[in-house]
Design a protein around this ligand. Structure first.
Ligand SMILES: C[S@@+](CC[C@H](N)C(=O)[O-])C[C@H]1O[C@@H](n2cnc3c(N)ncnc32)[C@H](O)[C@@H]1O
Length: 326
């Protein structure tokens, strides 16, 4: 029953993020009526809404006054650089509704989002500037923890340049460049992403070392660099496209260069990493042919493309990376 009710708990969290509850409480503890007035919660809903979040351990209550739990304060306050609620904002605005059509996706194998007729979701999303910004911000929420781990874990000292292909707002290149001051980076993505990427990079003081290169990985060559990173990109596409992208990365790299694919990798036994299965099911909702994969799958595809050495490493939370050395 807990699981059956889980969508209600999830909706409670998503609405709290959407209306900025944690951001408001990060400024200081408040009683229910005051917080209700500040962020417009109807009096009927105030107590039960806030106490549900207490029960979910996202808020604390002492003498009728509410404050954020340490985790909510760190990750769900929009004013902090550690905010990962962008992903939850996108769940709230888009995926919560699209998942109402999950049974139809099961029956038909077809997308259940804004582009139901097999159109590339990126074309559809990027036609609307507000949705583009929301999607790119959501990606930062998804990738920052993994990118921070990759920035420390991978032997970057052996390389001088890297490109993040399908970079979105730039969470990964920013984290990697911040932790490795000797590196020069390129963010490669579709043209509409450029201004949002450049704004994000400038806000982190990295515009001299992290540049944007507009292009499509279907029609344009990939940047010539020592390391190519693709984060949550291969999972968007069907198997022939995944293999084409891996081969394209192989061809673009010099001998000794590295390719890193990082994702919510499915565990090889296919029975443990729940997030990766849910994200893979979400690819049915969002894309015509995308699916997530195991570290073993990723290594096999890289070997097939010609990479002489491959390995899998855990990053953070549900994320892992598959590394291929040319
Ligand atoms: C799921 S997002 C992942 C973003 C980022 N790497 C991360 O992990 O947060 C996929 C990215 O691929 C980009 N993309 C989609 N089609 C592309 C294409 N044809 N050429 C280059 N980038 C593309 C999208 O714009 C988006 O930024």
């Amino acid at each position: 029953m807990h699981l059956g009710f889980a969508f209600m708990a999830s909706r409670t969290l998503l609405s709290a993020v959407e209306i900025g509850l944690f951001t408001e409480l990060a400024k200081g503890p408040l009683d229910a009526v005051t917080v209700g007035q500040r962020i417009n919660i109807h009096p009927r809903a105030q107590l039960d809404f806030l106490d549900t979040l207490v029960t979910l351990k996202l808020l604390h209550r002492a003498n009728g006054v509410y404050s954020n739990s340490p985790e909510a304060d760190l990750f769900l306050d929009r004013a902090k650089p550690s905010y990962i609620g962008g992903l939850l904002e996108m769940f709230s605005a888009r995926l919560f509704g699209h998942w109402a059509h999950f049974t139809e996706a099961l029956r038909t194998g077809q997308q259940q989002n804004e582009s139901r007729d097999g159109v590339d979701i990126f074309k559809e999303l990027y036609a609307d500037p507000a949705r583009l910004r929301q999607f790119l911000g959501a990606m930062a929420g998804l990738s920052i923890p993994g990118a921070q781990a990759m920035a420390k874990q991978f032997p970057w000292k052996n390389y001088k340049t890297f490109a993040d292909v399908g970079c979105a707002q730039g969470a990964a290149p920013v984290q990697i460049a911040l932790a490795n001051p000797h590196l020069q980076a390129v963010g490669f993505d579709l043209p509409p992403v450029g201004p949002i990427f450049e704004e994000y990079v400038a806000a982190h003081g990295l515009k001299d070392r992290v540049k944007f290169q507009a292009g499509s990985f279907f029609t344009d060559p990939l940047p010539s660099v020592d390391v190519i990173v693709m984060g949550h990109v291969l999972h968007d596409w069907d198997l022939p496209t995944k293999k084409m992208l891996i081969k394209k990365a192989y061809d673009a790299l010099p001998a000794g260069g590295a390719f890193i694919a990082y994702e919510t990798l499915i565990d090889d036994a296919r029975c443990e990493n729940l997030s990766s299965f849910l994200i893979s099911l979400n690819m049915i909702i969002e894309t015509p042919g995308g699916f997530d994969y195991t570290g073993a799958d990723g290594q096999a595809w890289m070997k097939e493309a010609g990479f002489r050495e491959t390995r899998v490493e855990h990053l953070a939370g549900p994320d892992g990376m598959v590394v291929g050395i040319k």
